[in-house]
Write a protein that binds this ligand. Sequence first.
Ligand SMILES: [Fe+2]
Length: 336
Amino acid sequence: MGGASRIVRVIYAPGAMIRYSDPPILLRDVFEDVGEVVGLLERNAPYTPLGGWYRPGVDLDTPTSPMWFQNDWVHADLRVAGSELFLFHERVTQAARDFYDAEVIVPHSVYVNMMAALERSGPAHTDNPRFHGRDRSNTPMWLLRTMLWSGLFDRYTIVQATSIWWMNDVEGGGLLYWPDGPDKPPHEHVGEMANTALVGDNHGMFHQVGPVGPFDQGTRLVTPRAELAPAGDGSGEWAVTDRGEVRYRAPLERYRVSVLWKADVYPDEAEQQRQMADPLSIPDVARIFDRDLEEKRADVRLDLDRLEDPGLIAAVNAVYPEAIPVGKAPSIFDPA
Ligand SMILES: [Fe+2]
């Protein structure tokens, strides 16, 4: 067993060390009975618009949100009834073992995306990282991402596998992904996506959701208060209700439905114990950054009293820029 780091290749870019992974594993016919998933979707309605750390300060009464709805089924403090269907899926778990050549797979998150009428793509991105001792509960997201892109904290990274499962085929709705790294053109998973899953490393590999139909009225916007749920009138349709009014309705199969699964990955139990016994403190983070910044002869230091200061954030990010993947499509969240 070569361990979780075996397949990670490392390339160098100006100012940053970028990591990327092998191509994801494609699974077909993931569920024998997709109807079980439909039941789970119905029982856990309603779904609410995607928030996210890259959309701070949105106004609750202004229609600025695309119809990209989300709901958590499993996270640290939550496990909805029936979510075991995804959480402990045997083939998905085995694919994660195979992808990482790892023995220990600890599934921890399941969440759902439901989308309709997005004329442009989602953002091209890598998923937010976690480190032993450092995650979004105790560390600003920009700092976690800069820790990732700096390459300075690899030994503390919690390696995570991701599975994306698609329920159905819709107009558009493909996935661009960059298995050869951000400087090579993307691949696309599109067409015949129903009941398939891609299992791989979405934390090390850029990916981007493509536009989702219907395209007849462009991107339809709702407020952050909008909800998506079964219409409940026997029609089998699902409806988007925003501040008391139905803004959109369509049969479930016309919404792009995907379910994401995430698991921590360890080569074996001994390595899991070793990593978990070695958490990073915030002073550790500052010390590691400052040593590197000094070596790079950069003027900025990671001043722990100024972690919310936009000037500090910009200066640190300038030293450790994120890659921009070639061939990415315009995003609904790009500035107008
Ligand atoms: Fe993602």
